[in-house]
Design a protein around this ligand. Structure first.
Ligand code: PMP
Length: 405
């Protein structure tokens, strides 16, 4: 008997909107996903911000296979010496061995705490900042997204998403991303500022170098930790391995997830040993997790990191992003902005954009909009996308725009 998977999806999977894409994929490879309907889809959003090295990268699959043959879960986090965790932590901290680390108040980031997801990593980073500084307040940005659990949701810069879940955690204040005048709100009561370098869900907002430097300076002056959320921007997405690198600043805590796992679930928050060591006492076991840093996810992540670095995919992201910017030129596109392969093409309205997105999907190209910017099209393909595949995708988008909506 043929079971209609789509119907079962609607019957039995918790729905988060009345209009899920509900595309059924049979398999995925590289930049393509293959639907059960026979359609081949070009993935221009990396599902979302995850498949930086494409779907099922052979090096990632091999690393998963090798680890599967050794062990899966052994013990809760932080007790046993698990080689995939150790090797990944070492490799991550090597990416953070940058000259600007010397100017960071607590020195170079050399400690990694692994989680299962982005929002969990944010939760851990929040606890770390409160415990390290002993302060009550945290600052985040309007229109920022840091996750859906209660702490991360409290940071969210959109009242619409928070209102019906209150009470959330107290002591959170919002500033405008990129507005130097707001930096005065960071005071000696502030435990941390949590901020994305490039504001993702706000619709890809690239700040000025001077702003990021002023932010760093202010945090240092008042003793607040600078927590950079690189969950979307890290692992080569914006043209450097970490988005903060070209800004000449260095965070106190760095948060990663999404693209980090090469398609496997993993997140991390990273800090210097001095900062991280507060979790050891008062209370002992200040932050614990069962599955954080799962050995298979860590193995996949190390393979992902190695592929990006060896093939210099982060550098390629710049030329590829520029190519997309040059191709997506059309009167219906008001602006195309972004950095590396993290791009947003702005339309007149959500209504227009939604029609364009739907028609692109019919023609086999997956794009999307942003949580807090619904008139802009998300374009963030795997960093492995080729020039020919970029042209193929852009031609389909332009073809849809030519017909008009
Ligand atoms: N921070 C940012 C910047 C994100 O883009 C996301 C996910 N969209 C998160 C945090 C939360 O990550 P996760 O969905 O893995 O919890």
């Amino acid at each position: 008997m043929h079971i209609n998977q789509r119907q079962l999806f609607f019957n039995h999977l918790a729905q988060t909107s009345d209009f899920p894409l509900a595309i059924e994929i049979d398999r995925a490879e590289g930049v393509y996903m293959y639907g059960t309907n026979g359609q081949r889809y070009l993935d221009l959003i990396s599902g979302i911000g995850v498949s930086n090295v494409g779907h099922r990268h052979p090096a990632v699959l091999a690393a998963i296979q090798q680890q599967m043959d050794k062990y899966l879960h052994l013990m809760v986090y932080g007790e046993f010496v698990q080689s995939p965790q150790v090797r990944l932590a070492e490799a991550l901290t090597q990416t953070l061995n940058l000259p600007q680390a010397q100017t960071a108040p607590y020195g170079r980031i050399n400690n990694v705490y692994f989680s299962n997801s982005g929002t969990e990593a944010i939760e851990g980073a929040l606890k770390l900042a409160k415990r390290f500084t002993g302060r009550p307040e945290v600052i985040s940005c309007f229109n920022a997204y840091h996750g859906a659990t209660q702490g991360a949701l409290s940071l969210s810069g959109a009242e619409f998403f928070k209102r019906n879940f209150r009470p959330l955690i107290p002591g959170i204040r919002q500033i405008q991303h990129g507005a130097t005048a707001d930096l005065d709100m960071i005071t000696n009561k502030t435990a941390a500022v949590v901020i994305e370098v490039v504001g993702g869900e706000a619709g890809v907002r690239v700040p000025e170098v001077a702003y990021m430097q002023a932010l760093r300076k202010r945090c240092t002056e008042v003793g607040a930790l600078l927590i950079l959320d690189e969950i979307q921007t890290g692992f080569g997405r914006t043209g450097t391995f970490w988005a903060f690198e070209p800004y000449g600043i260095y965070p106190d805590v760095l948060v990663s997830a999404k693209g980090m796992g090469g398609g496997m679930p993993i997140g991390a928050f990273m800090a210097s040993q001095e900062v991280m060591s507060v979790f050891k006492n008062n209370p002992i076991l200040g932050h614990i997790t069962t599955f954080g840093g799962h050995p298979v996810s860590c193995a996949a992540s190390l393979a992902t990191l190695t592929v990006i670095r060896d093939q210099q995919l982060e550098e390629q992201a710049n030329a590829k992003g520029d190519l997309i910017k040059s191709l997506i030129q059309h009167p219906m596109v008001k602006e195309i902005r972004g950095k590396g392969l993290m791009l947003a093409a702005e339309f007149d309205s959500f209504e227009v954009l939604k029609k364009v997105i739907d028609r692109c999907i019919e023609r086999g190209v997956i794009t999307d909009w942003f949580l807090f910017c619904d008139n802009s099209m998300r374009i963030a393909p795997p960093l492995t996308i080729t020039e020919a595949q970029i042209k193929e995708g852009c031609e389909i988008i332009l073809g849809v725009l030519e017909v008009g909506v």
